[in-house]
Design a binder for this molecule. Structure first.
Ligand code: ATP
Ligand code: TPS
Ligand code: MG
Length: 318
């Protein structure tokens, strides 16, 4: 038996089917309100390397990767619980700055730290963040609502963080990589956008494992499939240039790359024009229409009409 994310999730879900399957679990709340909760790990060597992340950037990642899961359901992040497993010989100054930065990031985001846990680690630094949020009118969006014929949309910069990570790994110092490194090092959860889109999306999720994998997760939950045209994700010349410098294929990078924390969502065809116009008016930029929800299961990636799905090498934790 091979270990996989699905193996763990599915066997827990068999026994506890009610809350699992979305970016956040939805529970309780007062009249007309729903609460949302989500937890995430940052494991040294798996999710980050200390040599790339200043304390400030690690704090940003710890908060925003969990806030992104609240945003993905249309919620507003309110509280944070922080657990830290710290190596015995860890630099106290880094940790001190990490905590100061985290408090600063929380204040900026309107998030109140309400608890956590601190212990030692015999491995690397290990940070776990749990964010609790709320949705005032109880309109939360799940992964399971996509319908055949819906337009699949994306807001964010697909592949930027992946390119930034590769540039760091390969010690690339050219300034053409700066904005990509910044996307990776300073992620920003699309909280306002998520709250807005909850009013129109039939399904939504944040993209942490890359669009190909995450579109598959959304489709599985919804019992549908999707066709995605990579051309709709590519229009940034600097992204193309950075991919060329790294000798990677931009068409694959934009659907394979994770950690951009963009939002993937589906909108009924009849509402797409108005939704797009309203979004543009609210935020001053546009989301992208990247594909269509289909009856045939699975996610198909096309480039100029050609099926390139079998060439995709997505991120896998194991
Ligand atoms: N070890 C686990 N125990 C219980 N539930 C889990 C476990 N790992 C994942 N899940 C649940 O499985 C579902 C799907 O997880 P998945 O990793 O796709 O989403 P996610 O939490 O949004 O990921 P990310 O943090 O990368 O955005 C979620 O409801 C999540 O809470
Ligand atoms: C050192 C190092 N190696 C690899 C990566 C890439 N990476 C790690 S986790 C992840 C997906 C989201 O994970 P999760 O689902 O746990 O949130 C990706 C794309 C990285 N950032 N740092
Ligand atoms: Mg998520």
């Amino acid at each position: 038996m091979r270990i996989s994310e699905d193996l763990v999730i599915n066997s827990i879900r068999k026994n506890f089917p009610l809350y699992i399957g979305d970016d956040s679990a939805v529970f309780g709340g007062g009249a007309g309100e729903k609460m949302l909760i989500s937890t995430d790990s940052l494991v040294e060597g798996v999710h980050f390397r200390l040599r790339y992340h200043s304390p400030g950037s690690l704090a940003r990642k710890a908060l925003h990767q969990s806030m992104s899961d609240i945003a993905a359901m249309g919620g507003c992040p309110r509280f944070l619980l922080l657990s830290a497993c710290i190596p015995l010989d860890f630099h106290a100054e880094y940790m001190d700055k990490f905590i100061t930065s985290l408090c600063f990031e929380c204040e900026k985001a309107g998030v109140y730290i309400i608890g956590g846990n601190t212990t030692k680690s015999y491995g690397g630094l290990n940070i776990n963040s749990t964010v609790i949020g709320a949705r005032g009118d109880s309109v939360t969006v799940r992964r399971s609502g996509a319908s055949v014929g819906d337009v699949l949309c994306f807001v964010g910069n697909a592949g930027f963080a992946h390119v930034g990570f590769l540039a760091l790994e390969q010690n690339k110092t050219s300034e053409i990589f700066d904005k990509f490194k910044n996307t990776f090092l300073w992620p920003k959860a699309l909280v306002d956008e998520g709250q807005f889109l909850a009013g129109v999306a039939t399904a939504m999720m944040d993209v942490s494992d890359g669009i190909f994998i995450d579109a598959g997760k959304m489709c599985n939950e919804s019992g549908v499939g999707a066709i995605i045209d990579v051309r709709s994700l590519l229009c940034d010349l600097a992204f193309q240039e950075a991919c060329d410098f790294l000798c990677i294929n931009s068409e694959f990078a934009c659907v394979e790359g994770g950690e951009d924390y963009g939002l993937l969502f589906s909108v009924p065809k009849a509402l797409i024009k108005q939704a797009s116009k309203n979004f543009d008016k609210a935020f001053g930029y546009c989301f992208r229409e990247i594909g269509t929800i289909k009856k045939e299961l699975g996610v198909k990636i096309v480039n100029n009409g050609q099926d390139i799905t079998k060439f995709i090498h997505p991120f896998n934790h194991f």
